[in-house]
Write a protein that binds this ligand. Structure first.
Ligand SMILES: NC(=O)CC[C@H](N)C(=O)O
Length: 354
């Protein structure tokens, strides 16, 4: 059966529709360039509501396992691939990717020229798109604020003892929690709408999580958050990084087409080193908006020069636009967790160098 990926600019792509192609889905269309990591991408809450195009031509070859989910369920609205294998091969594989998508009623398309789709997105920018049975899909107005859809409602605690970190939940990935637990940290996951609870929790440090949609959706909590940032050592990851910039009076803007993949080079201006990073974002901090704020740029993207991380000029506040927790992608930036936790332990103030 035929299916169509319809972009809002009128371009359409034909492909083969999956078994559960019985409802049209609309979402922002984005492309991910990693060769592996599809399970992590599909379950990462930062992808909430998006239609993901995998540019690598063969997806699903190691199946779906019990370990790699970043949350309990698939978060994307639809998936577009060139080829999706029905016969996975891996000792941990529990089911095929197609079965997993069908079980959760997520429509997907195969036999799509994903290179052509990617070229269209690169030329015209990230936009709304639909998976539809026909080419005449009628676009609906979009409803914002995806963070509310993925952020939890109550405080959850993990780990027994050790330094206490509050993980502010904008839609956290399991790998961020794991990176902290592996380092002997006790974690309280705190919904972003309950930031005022930090005064009761009195953590040793806070980590601001990743999350879906526009970082400006957090505007209501920014004044409270800024007070917390000035009080507790803070590390912001992806949306958390963007929120730190906004809280201190910086600004964010949307890239024409975001960074999503496992090999984005980032330069650390402190060490002069370049490393590869895992990325998934549409928005970036505007460099000129940092003038007059206490934030300075620590990391740059080597490809397009955009800001990849910040540090505060006098407090222990640091951030990364990329994903040091990886999953998917290289672990080359994992040292940032060690760096941050060591600085917290040593009450590091000015130096952010490991
Ligand atoms: N992974 C994230 O936290 C993404 C942040 C934000 N939603 C963006 O697209 O830029």
């Amino acid at each position: 059966m035929k299916g169509y990926l319809c972009l809002q600019d009128g371009t359409t792509f034909e492909g083969k529709a999956s078994r559960h192609f019985d409802r049209n889905v609309q979402g922002e269309v984005v492309f991910f360039t990693g060769m592996t990591g599809y399970q992590e991408v599909l379950t990462d809450p930062s992808y909430k509501g998006q239609i993901v195009v995998f540019t690598y031509p063969l997806i699903g070859n190691y199946g779906i396992n019990d370990e790699d989910g970043e949350s309990e369920e698939i978060q994307v609205s639809g998936v577009v691939m060139y080829q999706c294998t029905d016969v996975p091969s891996h000792f941990q594989a529990r089911k095929s990717l197609g079965t997993y998508l069908n079980e959760q009623n997520i429509p997907y398309m195969t036999e799509v020229d994903t290179r052509e789709v990617t070229k269209a997105i690169r030329a015209e920018g990230t936009q709304q798109a639909a998976l539809s049975r026909g080419t005449d899909y009628l676009f609906q107005p979009t409803k914002g604020h995806q963070i509310q859809q993925v952020s939890g409602e109550k405080i959850e605690t993990y780990g027994e003892a050790g330094m206490h970190v509050a993980l502010i939940d904008f839609g956290w990935k399991k790998s961020i929690l794991n990176a902290l637990l592996e380092r002997g940290v006790r974690v309280s996951v705190l919904p972003f709408s309950k930031v005022e609870m930090l005064d009761t929790l009195q953590p040793d440090a806070i980590v601001l999580s990743n999350g879906p949609g526009d970082p400006k959706d957090t505007v209501d909590v920014l004044p409270l958050l800024k007070k917390a940032l000035e009080k507790f050592p803070t590390f912001g990851i992806c949306m958390g990084h963007q929120v730190i910039a906004l809280a201190f009076g910086g600004d964010t803007t949307k890239l024409t087409f975001g960074h999503r993949g496992a090999n984005h080079p980032v330069k650390d201006v402190v060490s002069g080193k370049v490393f590869l990073s895992s990325q998934n974002h549409n928005y970036v901090v505007k460099e000129d908006s940092l003038n007059g704020t206490p934030l300075v740029t620590r990391f740059y993207n080597v490809n397009d020069g955009s800001i990849e991380g910040l540090m505060h000029d006098s407090k222990l506040i640091m951030s990364a636009q990329f994903h040091p927790e990886a999953h998917p992608g290289p672990k080359d930036a994992e040292w940032l967790f060690d760096n941050f936790l060591t600085l917290v332990k040593n009450k590091g103030v000015k130096t952010h160098v490991s």
